[in-house]
Write a protein that binds this ligand. Structure first.
Ligand SMILES: Cc1ncc(COP(=O)(O)O)c(C=O)c1O
Length: 911
């Protein structure tokens, strides 16, 4: 039997224990060869012990059924036991218990054929009532608890939209464990009898309590405060849940307390009808999809189309002699839902007043923003909308240089003066990390010294980075606000929409940090901390500001924007993205310009299917985002473990751990890796709550230099062509595997199988190789792992695009448009001409964006001085795709004349 420490998660442990129990009881009954009966009995007893702790928190099979099974075991009724365990294990893995009651008694055997849920058609599944569980928190005896569950159960009506079962736990701590362990829970009913402490001592469950945060001191609470406190803590760890407080305290007392997101307070403990109706209404409000439903309704209405879109209702297809296959492939519904109408129950994305508006409001609730806007053309567009809405020509924007190209183009469009920030380099893997807080502070202070702080408008960072490096968002904002209290933050969360739905990740999202900051800034503690800081350090002393962790002033403004490619990490059709706003000055200052920017970039024919999918994707995360993200992280963790422990794989592959990707100085917690074959699992919470940077565990970077193939070849020639495995990003010697909410344990297993096969083939090749071949292989491995070019920093903008030599901001827009006139540009070949020009003392200035792919960020931007380090890097990159570079012509650079520089020859002539 696996030990508890073999499991990364309690959910995995539970499901493995049930299948282990099933297998062992079946062996015991069928007596195949293998373990002795005594050995099997011991194993079964161990499984029962493990499950006795977990089953308290789940409605199916429920503690009573579980105890009954244990009694069967004690009374040696093994056949009956085997039958019940098999039914439970199958129902758990197929999800059948969500659709009907599962008889566990052998007498009810005739139901067994329904067990095969796989036979259910998608339509039949869609028609079945969704199922969830509620958690009732009250310290009750067995009889009372049974009565309570039955009383709630008796409230069911056949026309209820959902059905649910209840789980009863007794304490505040058990309730927290319950909502973090049991993802089926959608509502919590807190009754006055709850106690504080859990009797549960299992570390894998107890660790859930850490998610609540170290700053929460529940021990000091009085019993009458447990209920309200639990409401508040639920809002903190799983804000999507509904909490109902049943109390006997007076209305006045309760009114003065912070109750998190508590939906209702009840005074009558026995009013189950009201409670039942509220629970259903609460879930319905998350389930409802205003736009998707409107579109479905619309598609059913008869219409005559005298408008655009012949494809609407499939008319141009069904009458066709040549494109019928398109109709057959997509099926009719998509065309029934295609229309350019904005009335008839539908809405306009550009000026929403109906179901799109409502859908955006629900998304705003789900993602914790104040306003949310849908986009049907990706985060590339969202980024440009936000930048255009907030940045005027000559405003200074601090941008991480290796951010997505949409930001660089956004800077061109807005006319911002750009200060590029350098990320820390990871030269061994040809990758950049993220921008350290000290670099950001340093740039802000330099601008302050130059008297330009008023011009600074925005800080723009990518969170998380492509490679999975995640900022301490709240800290970055706090420290920056201490220097510039009205700074606007744009967090590019193209890869991080899922992060909201698990507490560890949520704390490092733009919206959560903004909400925390808003709440914090109102507290007397922040005022006291600021006053203390002002007394302790001289706020004009840059050195002191660099050395200290800064707190923001109470008058700081919280102005935060996040852009998310919903389609990258959650359910949405391609290009479905969202802009989340949490800006205290949005209504007063930004709304109009935001509208204009939105109009500039949004099509007048936005795709309805994308909007509907954003709406449904939001429903999903509000109801099962927690479960899916947990599973995703579990899948990534098992991948880490499998690769780092498999003996064949270790020779050629290494999973990069936090310690490899994040330098020690940014890892205060000292956590080096999430899994270590000797020490087992590390609780992610430790580093996520403290470190300057953490690694998103759902992305697994694999160093593949040991195979002798570079990242790109490994991706295309091996993974894609031979195994049909798709990945996105590579570096010179790494490939990145991204899990998502659709990743299953079997897809991970397939990947591991493929890697093992590749490693075995390499072993065979090596065994059969001649001496020369071996030497050549070893040389390739060495080149890939050791001969790596240093990663260059942003050099600088040429002085003709700068305001002065004091601070680095550059006018990228002027440089960009200067190059529109071919006469201003020249081409220098990479083979010698550029170097010769630099050697001769010429400042060679790029006239274009040069974006090698991979890594996919500009190595040169218009107006940037070309340095020898950049040239060395470009040459060593050895990639086939360099956007903006014409191998036949060379590097596009500005002529000296266009930069206002007189060349020697012309100077002589002029003189
Ligand atoms: C960090 C980052 N931001 C923005 C984008 C653009 O997103 P979209 O593809 O939704 O336009 C990407 C795309 O890869 C990205 O990696």
């Amino acid at each position: 039997m696996k030990t508890v420490s073999d499991h990364y998660s309690a959910v995995q442990m539970r499901s493995d224990s049930w299948s282990g129990l099933q297998q062992t009881t079946s062996e015991l009954v069928r007596k195949p060869t293998g373990k002795s009966a005594a050995e099997n009995m011991k194993l079964i007893s161990d499984y029962f012990d493990a499950l006795s702790v977990t089953e308290e928190y789940w409605a199916f099979p429920g503690v009573h059924a579980f105890d009954a099974m244990r009694r069967l075991f004690d009374h040696k009724k093994f056949e009956d036991l085997e039958f019940s365990v098999r039914r439970v294990a199958r129902a758990l893995s197929s999800g059948a218990y969500r659709r009907r009651s599962i008889p566990l008694d052998r007498e009810d055997k005739d139901n067994e054929e329904h067990d095969d849920e796989a036979l259910l058609s998608p339509e039949a599944r869609a028609l079945s009532k969704p199922y969830f569980e509620i958690l009732v928190v009250d310290s009750l005896g067995e009889q009372q608890s049974r009565w309570l569950r039955k009383s709630i159960h008796d409230m069911r009506r056949t026309d209820d939209a959902f059905h649910y079962e209840s789980v009863v736990v007794s304490s505040l701590e058990d309730a927290l464990i319950g909502i973090l362990f049991n993802h089926n829970i959608q509502a919590v009913v807190i009754r006055p009898g709850l106690t504080l402490k859990s009797k549960n001592a299992l570390p894998i469950l107890k660790k859930f309590l850490a998610r609540v945060g170290e700053d929460e001191d529940v021990d000091a609470l009085k019993p009458e405060e447990y209920g309200p406190e639990l409401c508040r803590l639920i809002a903190k760890v799983r804000p999507e849940l509904d909490a109902y407080l049943i109390t006997d305290r007076s209305v006045e007392e309760i009114a003065g307390m912070e109750l998190g997101l508590c939906r209702r307070v009840f005074y009558n403990q026995e009013d189950f009808t009201e409670l039942h109706l509220n629970i259903l209404r609460g879930v319905q409000s998350r389930y409802s999809t205003p736009f998707f439903s409107a579109l479905k309704e619309y598609s059913k209405q008869p219409t005559g189309v005298f408008h655009a879109m012949p494809i609407s209702r499939g008319k141009s297809i069904s009458r066709s002699h040549w494109i019928q296959d398109m109709g057959a492939f997509y099926g009719p519904n998509i065309f029934m839902a295609e229309t350019s109408a904005t009335s008839g129950g539908l809405d306009s994305l550009l000026e929403p007043t109906g179901p799109i508006k409502k859908a955006q409001e629900l998304a705003s609730r789900a993602f914790g923003s104040r306003q949310t806007f849908f986009a049907t053309n990706g985060t590339s567009t969202c980024n440009k909308v936000v930048v255009q809405a907030l940045v005027k020509p000559d405003d200074i924007v601090l941008v991480d240089r290796d951010c997505h190209k949409s930001h660089h183009y956004g800077m061109v469009l807005s006319g911002a003066k750009v200060v590029y920030l350098d990320s820390y380099p990871l030269s061994e893997y040809s990758m950049y990390g993220a921008v350290p807080i000290r670099e950001i502070k340093h740039q802000l202070l330099a601008l302050r010294d130059a008297g330009k702080l008023d011009q600074v408008r925005m800080l723009l960072l990518t969170n998380c980075t492509f490679d999975g490096i995640v900022y301490d968002v709240e800290r970055v904002m706090e420290e920056c606000l201490a220097i510039k209290p009205d700074l606007i933050f744009l967090w590019d969360e193209a890869w991080f929409a899922f992060a909201r739905f698990t507490p560890t990740y949520r704390q490092r999202t733009g919206m959560n940090a903004a909400n925390n900051l808003r709440a914090k800034l109102r507290t007397p503690e922040v005022e006291a901390a600021w006053n203390e800081q002002v007394k302790r350090i001289d706020m004009n002393d840059n050195k002191a500001l660099m050395e200290n962790r800064l707190v923001p002033p109470p008058h700081a403004r919280v102005r935060v924007y996040s852009t998310q490619s919903t389609h990258k990490t959650l359910t949405s059709l391609r290009q479905g993205s969202m802009i989340h706003v949490n800006d205290q000055d949005f209504k007063g200052e930004v709304e109009q310009s935001f509208h204009e920017a939105y109009m500039t970039h949004t099509s007048t024919s936005p795709n309805y299917q994308i909007i509907a999918s954003l709406d449904v994707g939001r429903r999903q995360v509000e109801l099962e985002g927690y479960e899916f993200v947990q599973r995703q992280i579990e899948a990534a963790m098992s991948m880490r473990k499998a690769i780092s422990t498999h003996p064949v794989l270790q020779k050629y592959f290494t999973v990069l751990a936090a310690g490899d990707i994040i330098p020690e100085e940014f890892r205060e917690s000292g956590v080096e890796s999430y899994y270590d074959p000797e020490q087992g699992w590390t609780d992610m919470w430790e580093c996520w709550s403290r470190d300057e940077f953490v690694l998103d565990a759902s992305r697994v970077t694999l160093a593949v230099g040991g195979t002798g193939w570079d990242g790109d070849t490994f991706k295309t020639k091996i993974l894609m062509d031979k195994y049909g495995i798709q990945i996105n990003k590579t570096s010179r010697n790494t490939v990145l595997f991204m899990t998502n909410i659709g990743t299953t344990r079997s897809s991970v297993a397939y990947l591991i199988e493929a890697l093992v096969e590749i490693a075995n083939e390499l072993n065979d090749l090596y065994d059969d190789a001649s001496k020369m071949e071996r030497l050549s292989f070893e040389k390739r491995v060495k080149t890939l792992n050791e001969d790596l070019p240093p990663l260059p920093d942003f050099s600088r903008f040429h002085s003709s695009f700068r305001t002065d030599d004091v601070t680095p901001e550059g006018d990228i827009r002027r440089a960009f448009f200067l190059s529109y006139d071919e006469d201003n540009c020249d081409y220098l070949s990479l083979e010698g001409e550029v170097d010769a020009a630099i050697k001769a003392g010429r400042e060679v200035v790029s006239a274009s964006f040069i974006i090698p792919y991979p890594p996919g960020f500009p190595i040169l931007v218009p107006g940037q001085v070309v340095s020898t380090e950049i040239l060395a890097f470009m040459r060593a990159l050895d990639v086939s795709e360099i956007h903006g570079y014409r191998p036949d012509l060379g590097l596009r650079v500005f002529t000296d004349e266009s930069l206002g520089i007189k060349t020697n020859a012309k100077k002589v002539a002029a003189e």
